[in-house]
Ligand binder design. Structure first.
Ligand code: GSH
Length: 214
């Protein structure tokens, strides 16, 4: 089979959603590991394709794309038959954009403040304050998602599974080790449990050497 996509990844990194979507699509793809513990993201070769020095990065034909939610939307637009992205004229398309962009710049930003307060201030003195504020912001995000899933569920777009659910699963997985764990909100817990039933999620977890029970 001809490889269509190449995904640069690290175990449990922001590549998880894309990786699971590639599994769901069943398209030929190749994984190239960028081991963050070995600082492989900072090599000149990798920086040449992703100047941010972060994973994931996707190669498709001659095109190179970074930023996890953009990669996910891009791939799903190549495969409209999958039904994992609402069509352009569907009213759900707006919510699909809303959740993916909001998860990238609000939910992931709260995660970053909690998990990496050192990115926001020099020295150790005020790290705890940044972490606490990140934690509060994260809890507010979980409240919003828990309410939305309660009103619409079982998926973010109601009865339609979409790429946005894969992205959400990735962040809920990360939060397992946080003070604000998604799984402690009942509708988010149901969402995680439903995602864990998908072969694509199980395949991705196995290939990345991860496990998650909830
Ligand atoms: N907003 C980016 C965030 C990517 C990101 O933060 N990736 C982390 C792993 S989860 C990374 O590569 N960190 C390495 C570093 O910062 O040196 C995305 O969603 O693609």
């Amino acid at each position: 089979m001809n490889i269509i996509y190449t995904l640069y990844w690290d175990r449990g990194g922001a590549n998880m959603a894309t990786h699971a979507v590639l599994e769901a699509l069943g398209v030929p793809y190749k994984l190239i590991e960028i081991d963050l513990t070995k600082q492989m993201q900072k090599t000149p070769e990798y920086l040449a394709i992703n100047p941010n020095g972060k994973v994931p990065t996707l190669k498709h034909n001659e095109q190179v794309i970074y930023e996890s939610s953009a990669i996910l939307m891009y791939i799903l637009d190549q495969h409209p038959e999958s039904g994992l992205a609402p069509s352009l004229n569907s009213p759900k398309r707006g919510y699909y954009y809303q959740y993916l962009i909001w998860m990238s710049n609000t939910l992931q930003e709260a995660v970053d403040r909690w998990a990496h307060p050192e990115n926001y201030i020099s020295g150790d003195a005020d790290l705890k304050q940044i972490k606490d504020k990140g934690n509060q912001a994260l809890a507010r995000c979980w409240d919003i998602l828990n309410t939305d899933l309660g009103q619409k569920g079982p998926w973010l777009l109601g009865d339609e599974l979409s790429g946005a659910d894969f992205h959400l699963f990735m962040i809920t997985y990360w939060s397992h080790g946080y003070d604000s764990r998604a799984e402690d909100w009942p509708n988010l817990r149901s969402h995680i449990q439903a995602m864990l039933k998908l072969d694509a999620i199980q395949n991705m977890l196995a290939q990345e050497g991860l496990s998650f029970e909830c």
